[in-house]
Design a protein around this ligand. Structure first.
Ligand SMILES: [Zn+2]
Length: 136
């Protein structure tokens, strides 16, 4: 066996039962890279140390054997990020779609699409049955 194959095999064996990478880890690494670059440009040693902490955190998560806890963190992060990105996605869609308007239900945050230019409409949310009036 050549060196690289042995190396890959050993790494695989070592990673067995460990968590590995996920979306949260990639986000941590990107944040680390950005903070590190900013710290280098503006000469901020404290920020460089803080970004080091992010790097260590991502390593800790990657090599962790507590897979249940790590995937729980990842799920929490993904749903948080989706909530964060939802308004941007919604506005991007309403720019593309000129025949409809998009509203989010005030009760359950479900996105609703109504035809444009129909005046005042009473909208019924199909998910929770909540009714509200909006100008279309
Ligand atoms: Zn609703």
């Amino acid at each position: 066996m050549g060196f690289w194959r042995r190396f890959a095999f050993g790494l695989q064996k070592w990673m067995y039962g460990r968590y590995g990478s996920d979306t949260l880890n990639i986000a941590i690494l990107i944040t680390y890279a950005v903070l590190y670059i900013v710290a280098q440009i503006f000469w901020l040693p404290l920020l460089a140390w803080l970004s080091m902490g992010l790097l260590l955190w991502s390593f800790f998560r990657m090599f962790s054997r507590n897979i249940a806890a790590r995937s729980r963190e990842n799920r929490a992060f993904c749903s948080f990020f989706q909530r964060l990105a939802a308004p941007f996605r919604r506005s991007a869609r309403s720019i593309k779609d000129r025949q409809h308007r998009y509203y989010s239900c005030p009760k359950c945050r479900n996105t609703l699409r109504v035809p444009k230019g129909k005046g005042k409409l009473e909208i019924t949310c199909p998910v929770c049955g909540n009714r509200f009036v909006r100008k279309s």
